[in-house]
Design a protein around this ligand. Structure first.
Ligand code: PAN
Ligand code: ZN
Length: 186
């Protein structure tokens, strides 16, 4: 059933929402197969197994016609030189999505199966994901990178697509700027 008009208050210190729906937490152990350097990933998993990112959702349901929102916080860090990132997904019912940078520095990596694109993200930047583009977020800074996402409630989330096709590029720490390297260079 549709829900009533409502407002959600963003909690800048934590990336939480009030009122809130489910909050997801992705630890290193949840991210098998994501990072190119498997040995470095195993070491992090078997050690502190840190939380890599968290996703707070508004109470708006994932239903046709609705516009659910979520706030993602990616904690800073690298695994074998590769920046912390989200799993990444494709929307099986292709529709657009809007990201809005809230704090920290990061980027939006998009891939349509042929051509990768990189959109640098910072507070105040709107990143637009057109229908049909897989997307992954990356923290390229030294503080938490946080953004709001708004997406159609019937878009769906397909995580297998990225495991099969990759994302075109990997994003590694460089001397000054993040380095975009071919996904399957190793
Ligand atoms: C975002 C993502 C969120 C976490 O809300 O779901 O940043 O990334 P993964 O879902 O890839 O783990 C979004 O794009 N929703 O559609
Ligand atoms: Zn999405």
């Amino acid at each position: 059933a549709p829900i009533d008009p409502m407002s959600v208050t963003f909690q800048p210190a934590t990336g939480g929402m009030n009122p809130s729906g489910p909050v997801l937490s992705r630890r290193m152990s949840d991210l098998e197969g994501l990072f190119a350097d498997t040995a470095a990933w195993q070491e992090a998993r078997d050690g502190a197994d840190p939380v890599v990112y968290e996703v707070a959702s508004s109470p708006v349901p994932e239903a046709p016609g609705e516009l659910p929102q979520s706030i993602t916080t990616i904690h800073p860090g690298t695994v074998g030189g590769e920046f912390h990132m989200t799993k990444g997904h494709q929307h099986p019912n292709p529709q657009g999505e809007i990201y809005f940078g809230l704090s920290g520095t990061g980027g939006l990596l998009l891939f349509d199966g042929t051509t990768p694109k990189w959109i640098p993200m910072a507070p105040g930047v709107i990143g637009y994901i057109p229908p049909g583009w897989a997307h992954r977020s990356v923290n390229t800074g030294d503080e938490p990178y946080r953004f709001l996402a708004v997406y159609p409630g019937d878009a769906g989330h397909d995580y297998g697509w990225v495991l099969e096709h990759g994302m075109g590029w990997r994003v590694r720490r460089g001397a000054a700027e993040p380095q975009l390297v071919p996904f399957r260079s190793e």
